[in-house]
Design a protein around this ligand. Structure first.
Ligand code: PGA
Length: 249
């Protein structure tokens, strides 16, 4: 089964998130082969969305967490607190966190260790800026990011782990890499994962995925799923995305 992560970023309030989650569940009624769907609302909506999802097969992800377990960190949210409100997964190292909150691979490594400790499925984002892509060094850059992050965490071998390859220049721009480019980077990601004994991890693609182009990515054997931002915050579009993922199985 392929995976779809819907990252709602800072786009929706609590009521809108609840309505969207309800719409997703309605769309899945009667679907036998439900793909692995994660929805990631803002922190403020986690509790209410968790209630809507209940014991359904749709899973709840948070968009970030702090690198420390507990303490005097005003305004931050910990892994334990996320678990407490029903999150099952957490996105770590999204490029917007790296750009606007100055997160480094070392920070993300600390977060990864804590996520594992609290039984949250980590969805780790990696990806190169356009200058690196133009220099032909994308795969090496991403592989190094991943190596640094994985080195910081001693993960249990049975840990469910997702790596989302999200080229920075593809996020929210409408521009996507070719499937050939995605495959090249995914291959190197898988080899790093193998070195770390985590070959069962799922490797996703993210960046300007929409209902028109999702098939090309999701239908590829080297792509285990997709992480979608903009196209996941409206019900019609999100349902279309889920339908394509369900059809592929
Ligand atoms: P996008 O965002 O689908 O809007 O490009 C993807 C992401 O930021 O994860």
């Amino acid at each position: 089964m392929k995976t779809l992560v819907a990252n709602w970023k800072m786009e929706l309030g609590v009521r809108e998130s609840v309505a969207l989650a309800r719409g997703v569940l309605r769309g899945l009624r009667g679907v036998k082969e439900v793909p692995n769907v994660y929805v990631a609302p803002s922190h403020t909506a986690l509790t209410d969305v968790a209630k809507v999802l209940g014991r359904s097969r749709v899973m709840l992800a948070a968009q970030d967490m702090h690198r420390e377990a507990q303490g005097a960190y005003t305004g931050f949210v910990s892994a334990k607190q996320l678990k407490e409100v029903g999150a099952q997964a957490v996105i770590l190292g999204h490029s917007e966190r790296r750009a606007y909150a100055g997160e480094t691979d070392a920070d993300i490594g600390c977060k990864l260790a804590l996520a594992c400790e609290h039984h949250l499925d980590p969805i780790i984002c990696v990806g190169e800026p356009s200058a690196v892509r133009e220099a032909g060094e994308a795969a090496g850059y991403v592989s190094e990011q991943l190596q640094t992050i994985l080195a910081a965490a001693d993960m249990p071998k049975r840990q469910r782990l997702m790596i989302a390859y999200e080229p920075l220049w593809a996020i929210g721009t409408g521009v996507t890499p070719t499937i050939h480019d995605v495959r090249e980077v995914h291959l190197l990601i898988r080899s790093r994962l193998k070195d770390a004994g985590m070959e069962r991890a799922r490797v996703l693609y993210g960046g300007s995925v929409n209902a028109q182009n999702i098939y090309e990515f999701i239908n590829d054997d080297d792509v285990d799923g997709v992480l979608v931002g903009g196209a996941s915050v409206r019900l019609n579009s999100l349902r279309e995305l889920i339908n394509v993922v369900s059809e592929i199985g």
